[in-house]
Write a protein that binds this ligand. Structure first.
Ligand code: 2PG
Ligand code: MG
Length: 403
């Protein structure tokens, strides 16, 4: 059995992500099975996440693979995921995958797990997480801007999460909200200055406040039409507009205290259920002020502040900076490190929200990890093939779990 999972061969190639940028895809072969995975890329990256590619980009990653990785992983037992991920770190030789790039290590790490689950004839979620019991709720970006578009809102993402009876109903309702927002924007702007961003959320030449009003209105309308509860949230991605100690919006500037008050007001007065990265990534205390003010009324999620690193999550737990964490595999570069982050958060009673990147591939491993990690939510857009690759896989997984 163990011999069956010896790595016999591997490949790495460049493919394009949803933005049309190069990324890395890897194949790992054992006697009877193969695992293939590709890694996505972010636009609003955290300062402490591993860089997706070394100097020289995706091509340099492939060169590194052919020169240093291919031979070194041949003969390794793919069943030993932890050992495999450690080996990748050793081969890389740096503490942040800057030699091979975090996207190459991510694609290899997930491909290794997939080779084993395929060889065992079980789904990836079951191999990584044992007996998965339920699927998360979908959290989808419906209107935004920030680093994901030109001329959109300053806030990166306004998000909705429908609570349908099934995952399919939830994603259907989320996409209805997306469509309704398109109609509202069309009426309001007569087709002028409307587009979509990297994650297919609407982008429009309107102020942040108006975008918030539109999402709340569309969510209310679709909720009464479908009789499904729809929650509204946001990823401010605040580091991207934090300049010289201030938060610089399109039409106004907030001090740190005003930004905190604004975040709290969205939860307490506008009924938002979730806020991701409401403050700059270095401001653990600012995060904590919001978290303590909202208490159990809202989920404060840390993305750029933790970058899926267990040590930074531990710091956040100590400082009570948030009550939830965003999880992205390629921020840390291996499945093992990602599992450490999830476990650290779980021990503190925090929820985890697993997330796509703005530049995605059609790989659906995120859907499987969301079940394995018992994620509360999966953030993977509302429409678009590369987003639906994950969401539709969760429709299938839910079917599988109900059997
Ligand atoms: C985020 C992500 C995904 P990016 O900030 O949460 O929406 O964006 O992949 O650009 O970092
Ligand atoms: Mg984010």
């Amino acid at each position: 059995m163990v011999d069956d999972f010896e790595i016999l061969a591997s490949n790495a190639r460049i493919i394009l992500d949803s933005r049309g940028n190069p990324t890395v895809e890897c194949d790992i072969f054992t006697s009877y099975s193969m695992g293939r995975s590709s890694a996505p890329s972010g636009a609003s990256t955290g300062k402490t996440e591993v860089s997706a590619f070394p100097k020289g980009g995706a091509a340099a990653s492939i060169e590194f693979f052919n020169k240093n990785v291919k031979k070194a992983i041949t003969g390794f037992n793919a069943l030993d995921q932890k050992g495999f991920d450690e080996l990748l770190r050793e081969i890389d030789g740096t503490d942040n995958f800057s030699a091979m790039g975090g996207n190459l290590s991510t694609a290899l790490s997930i491909a290794c797990a997939k080779a084993v689950s395929n060889g065992m004839g079980i789904p990836l979620y079951r191999y990584v997480g044992g007996m998965g019991i339920s699927v998360p709720e979908p959290l989808g970006n419906v209107i935004g801007g920030g680093q994901h578009a030109r001329n959109g809102t300053t806030i990166q993402e306004l998000l909705v999460s429908a609570e349908g009876k099934t995952f399919l109903e939830s994603i259907t309702v989320n996409s209805k909200v997306h469509r309704r927002i398109g109609e509202i924007l069309q009426d309001r702007l007569k087709g002028q200055g409307i587009g979509v961003g990297d994650e297919r959320a609407w982008v429009a030449a309107i102020k942040d406040e108006e975008a918030i009003d539109i999402v709340l209105r569309a969510a209310k309308e679709i909720s009464s039409e479908t009789k499904v509860k729809i929650r509204v949230g946001s990823d401010f991605a605040a580091s991207s507009y934090y300049k010289d100690g201030k938060y610089v919006y399109k039409d106004h500037t907030f001090t740190k205290d005003q930004q905190i008050d604004f975040a709290i007001s969205l939860i307490k007065e506008r009924g938002f259920f979730l806020l991701e990265d409401p403050m700059d990534e270095g401001d653990f205390d600012g995060f904590a002020a919001i978290t303590s003010a909202v208490g159990s009324r809202g989920l404060i999620v840390g993305d750029d502040i933790y970058t899926t690193r267990a040590d930074l999550i531990r710091k956040g737990i100590e400082k009570k900076s948030s009550n939830a964490v965003l999880i992205k595999v390629n921020q840390v570069g291996t499945l093992t490190s990602t599992m450490e982050a999830v476990e650290t958060a779980r021990m503190a009673g925090w929820k985890n929200v697993i997330s796509h990147r703005s530049g995605e591939t059609t790989d659906d491993f995120l859907a499987h990890l969301s079940v394995a990690f018992r994620s509360y939510l999966i953030k993977s857009g509302t429409v678009g093939g590369e987003r639906l690759a994950k969401l539709n896989e969760l429709v299938r997984i839910q079917e599988d779990l109900m059997d």
